[in-house]
Write a protein that binds this ligand. Structure first.
Ligand code: ADP
Ligand code: MG
Length: 194
C-alpha cells in the first residue's frame, strides 16, 4: 500500500478519517498480524486490500499491478481470483450443510469441486466426516473452520481474516491461529490477520 487514505462522511456531514497515508508492504506468503485498537481503521484497511472498498487517495498494488484504475469487472475478477475473506461471524448459510456451504463459493466462480476433493479440504481443517452436517449442529470453532474452508476452496492468493477468533472461546483461539499458520505453507498464502 502506498500512502492510502480513506475517510467516511457521517450522516451529520462531518468527515471521519479512517486511514491516514498508510504505507505497508506484505510478503508474498506468510501470516501477518495487524494490531490496533477498536476504531483504528483495521477493517477499513482489510476492505480496501480485499477490493470491497476503495481508497480516496494513494494506491494498492498487488503482484505489481495497481488497483487504481480498476473497473467494476476488474474488481469482480480480483475478488474472485485473489481474495478469500474470513470474518468474525462465520456467516454460513444455515439451511445448507457443510458441503453446500463450501461448494457455493466455487459455484459463484462457475467452477466445481468433487466431494472427494472437498473431503480432503475438510480433513485438512480437522472437519473429517462433517460434510453432510447441518450448520446449526456445529460448534463455534467448527463453524469458523468451515468458513476458512469456504475461503480456501477458491484457491485465493490472499486470505484476509477480520477478527476471526474474537467471538470464539479463548481455549480454541490458538487452534485457529496454528491452523492458519500451517495453511499459509500448504496453500502458498499471504494471510493478513487482525
Ligand atoms: P476497526 O476495524 O479498527 O475497529 P474500522 O476500520 O471499522 O476500525 O473503522 C475506522 C473508523 O472509521 C472508526 O472511527 C469508525 O467509526 C469509522 N467508520 C467505519 N466504517 C464507517 C462507515 N461506514 N461510516 C462512517 N464511519 C465509519
Ligand atoms: Mg474492525
Amino acid at each position: 500500500l502506498k500512502n492510502v487514505s480513506k475517510s467516511y462522511r457521517l450522516a451529520n456531514g462531518i468527515e471521519k478519517k479512517a486511514l491516514n497515508c498508510v504505507s505497508l508492504n506484505f510478503p508474498d506468503t506468510g501470516l501477518v498480524f495487524v494490531v490496533g485498537k477498536s476504531g483504528s481503521g483495521k477493517s477499513t484497511l482489510l476492505n480496501i486490500i480485499g477490493g470491497l472498498d476503495k481508497e480516496d487517495s494513494g494506491e494498492v498494488i498487488v503482484d505489481g499491478k495497481s488497483l487504481k484504475h480498476f473497473k467494476n469487472e476488474d474488481y469482480d475478477y480480483y475478488r474472485n481470483e485473489y481474495i478469500g475473506f474470513v470474518h468474525q461471524e462465520a456467516n454460513l448459510i444455515p439451511d445448507y450443510n457443510v458441503y453446500e456451504n463450501i461448494m457455493i463459493a466455487l459455484k459463484l466462480k462457475g467452477m466445481k469441486i468433487s466431494y472427494e476433493d472437498c473431503d480432503k479440504l475438510l480433513d485438512y481443517l480437522s472437519l473429517n466426516g462433517l460434510g453432510n452436517r447441518n450448520i446449526n449442529e456445529l460448534s463455534g470453532g467448527e463453524k469458523m473452520r468451515v468458513s476458512i474452508a469456504r475461503a480456501l476452496v477458491k484457491n485465493p492468493k490472499i486470505l484476509i481474516c477480520d477478527e476471526p477468533i474474537s467471538a470464539l472461546d479463548v481455549s480454541i483461539r490458538a487452534q485457529i491461529i496454528n491452523l492458519l499458520n500451517d495453511l499459509k505453507n500448504e496453500f502458498n498464502l499471504s494471510i493478513i490477520f487482525i
